[in-house]
Design a protein. Structure first.
Length: 473
C-alpha cells in the first residue's frame, strides 16, 4: 500500500454546496485535514432560498432512514430542526393517505416517522452544523469545470471564478455533489473514462406547489395525501399537504401529460378537486394562500451507474442527485443522499484502504438501488411513462404489491412491512418474506375505510372552520 493510501485522503474538495454536499462534508470532516466546498452561487445566511434548488418549492420530507442518517452524521441536528419548527409525523398514525387500494388506516402504534419542513429550513440547519467545523470552508461564486488527473486517478478539479479566471485545485478526494446539473459524465470522458451506463424513466408528471397559512394548529396535524392510481385510464393525478415550519401547509399537486396543473393561482384549488378524492380541496378552502404557484417539469427518474464502470479512477466519488434523481412524489432524494454520506463516513472510519473511492461508490449505490426500485416500480406502470415499458415480471410484481397495499389498509403487519421499505430501513426483498407473503395471502383483517380518517379533535376543528365559513357567506 502506498504512503497516500496508508494515511487516507487528507484534502477533500466537494463540488456543490447542496444538502448532499454539506452531508458529504459531514461524512469526511473528522477523518481528513481539510474540506473545501465549491459553490457556484451564494449561500444564504439564514433559512432562505438557495439559488440552484428549484425543487425547494415543492414538498419534501425526510424518511426515518434519512433522518437517522443525518443525526448520525451531525448528532443533535434533528432536534435542532424540530426546535426550528419542523414536524415529526408518526407513520401512519398521523397520516391521512388515499392509496390506489384505499385509505390507509391510522394505526395507534407508530413504527416509523417522517420529518416535514421547508427545504430551506432543512438546508439551513444542516449547513449551520457543518460549517461550525473549522476544517470545512466554502468557496462561493466558483464553478468546477473539469477534473485533474487521468483515467487511473483524479488529483483535483479545474476551477473558474466569477471573473472567469481559471485555476487548479489539488485534492486527495473529489466528491461530486453538484446535483441534477452534474457534468461528471463529460468530465470522465475527457479523462478517457467511458462506458458509463445511464438510465432514465419519466412519467411526465408536472408539479405545481404553493405555501398556505394553515387554518389549524400545525403541531400534531396529519400529512394529507391522495396518490395516483396507475390502473386508471385518465392521466395520473396526485397531491399532498404537509404541515411545516411557520404555521404553514406546503401543498403540491401533480399531473401527468393531458392532466397537468398550471401556474395560474385561480386553477390551483380547482385542480385539487379533480384528484381521486376531494379531501385536499376541502381543506384548502379554509387556508390562506401565501405567494405564487411554482411549477416544475423536472420529475424524471435518472440514474448513473458509476459503481459499474470498468475503469474507475481513484480519488473520485459521486453522491446525491449527481448519482440518481427520483420522481419527487416518493420523497426519497434527501434521505438517499444522507444514507450515501453515512456509508462514506463508515468506510473512512474503518481505516485507510487503497480502493476507498470504489468501495464508497458501491456503498452509495445500495440506498440508491432501493429508492430506484421503489420509484421506477411504480412509475413504469403509468401510460405516459417514457424510457421503458413494463415486462411480464414488472406486471406480476405490481399485482403483488397492489395486493399487499390493499392488505395494508386493514393489516398492521402488512402496513409495517410496507413502511419498513418506504422509510428506507429495509430492502424491497423484505416484502417477500414468508410472514409478509402470508399476510398478503390472507388479505386485510379489518374492513376498508370509506372516507378520510380524521381524529375527533381534528374533526371538531374542521367543523368549526366550516361553520365560520358558512356564517361569513
Amino acid at each position: 500500500m502506498s504512503e497516500a493510501a496508508s494515511r487516507g485522503p487528507q484534502r477533500v474538495v466537494i463540488v456543490g454546496g447542496s444538502l448532499a454536499g454539506m452531508l458529504a462534508a459531514a461524512a469526511v470532516k473528522d477523518h481528513v485535514d481539510s474540506v473545501e466546498i465549491l459553490e457556484a452561487h451564494d449561500l444564504p445566511a439564514g433559512p432562505g432560498p438557495r439559488t440552484g434548488v428549484p425543487q425547494a418549492a415543492h414538498i419534501h420530507w425526510l424518511q426515518a432512514g434519512g433522518a437517522e442518517a443525518i443525526n448520525a452524521l451531525l448528532p443533535g441536528s434533528i432536534d435542532l430542526l424540530m426546535d426550528a419548527g419542523a414536524h415529526r409525523i408518526p407513520v401512519t398514525t398521523d397520516m391521512v393517505i388515499f392509496s390506489p387500494e384505499g385509505w390507509y388506516r391510522r394505526w395507534q402504534r407508530a413504527t416509523h416517522y417522517v420529518i416535514t419542513a421547508s427545504r430551506d429550513l432543512t438546508d439551513h440547519v444542516v449547513r449551520n452544523e457543518v460549517l461550525k467545523d473549522p476544517r470545512v470552508t466554502v468557496r462561493t461564486h466558483t464553478k468546477a469545470v473539469g477534473l485533474l488527473g487521468d483515467r487511473r486517478a483524479v488529483r483535483g478539479v479545474r476551477l473558474r471564478d466569477a471573473d472567469g479566471i481559471a485555476s487548479d485545485l489539488d485534492a486527495d478526494l473529489v466528491i461530486d455533489a453538484s446535483g441534477r446539473a452534474s457534468r461528471l459524465p463529460g468530465w470522465l470522458a475527457e479523462l478517457g473514462v467511458t462506458g458509463l451506463v445511464e438510465e432514465r424513466l419519466d412519467s411526465g408528471m408536472v408539479y405545481a406547489s404553493r405555501f398556505y397559512r394553515a387554518p389549524v394548529p400545525t403541531r400534531g396535524w396529519p400529512v394529507v395525501g391522495v396518490q395516483a392510481d396507475p390502473r386508471l385510464r385518465q392521466p395520473a393525478k396526485a397531491g399532498g399537504i404537509l404541515p411545516i415550519d411557520g404555521d404553514r401547509w406546503h401543498v403540491s399537486l401533480m399531473g401527468a401529460p393531458g392532466g397537468e396543473p398550471t401556474r395560474a393561482a385561480e386553477h390551483f384549488e380547482p385542480f385539487a378537486r379533480t384528484l381521486r378524492h376531494p379531501v385536499m380541496a376541502d381543506l384548502l378552502e379554509h387556508a390562506e394562500p401565501l405567494g405564487d404557484v411554482s411549477v416544475t417539469h423536472s420529475t424524471a427518474n435518472r440514474r448513473s451507474y458509476y459503481e459499474r464502470l470498468r475503469t474507475r479512477p481513484d480519488g473520485l466519488v459521486a453522491l446525491g442527485d449527481s448519482v440518481a434523481t427520483f420522481n419527487p412524489v416518493y420523497a426519497q432524494g434527501m434521505s438517499v443522499a444522507a444514507l450515501g454520506a453515512l456509508a462514506l463516513r463508515d468506510l473512512l472510519a474503518a481505516g485507510p484502504t487503497r480502493d476507498l473511492a470504489h468501495r464508497a461508490q458501491r456503498a452509495i449505490a445500495r440506498p440508491v438501488h432501493t429508492a430506484w426500485t421503489l420509484a421506477t416500480g411504480q412509475d413504469i406502470h403509468f401510460g405516459t411513462t417514457k424510457g421503458r415499458r413494463p415486462t411480464f415480471a414488472d406486471r406480476l410484481l405490481r399485482r403483488y404489491v397492489s395486493r399487499l397495499s390493499r392488505t395494508a389498509t386493514g393489516s398492521f403487519r402488512a402496513a409495517t412491512a410496507l413502511t419498513d421499505v418506504l422509510a428506507l430501513q429495509a430492502p424491497p426483498t423484505s416484502l417477500v418474506r414468508p410472514g409478509v407473503l402470508l399476510a398478503a395471502l390472507i388479505g386485510p383483517l379489518r374492513p376498508q375505510l370509506d372516507s378520510p380518517q380524521f381524529k375527533a379533535a381534528e374533526r371538531t376543528l374542521l367543523n368549526a372552520l366550516s361553520h365560520r365559513r358558512t356564517s361569513r357567506t
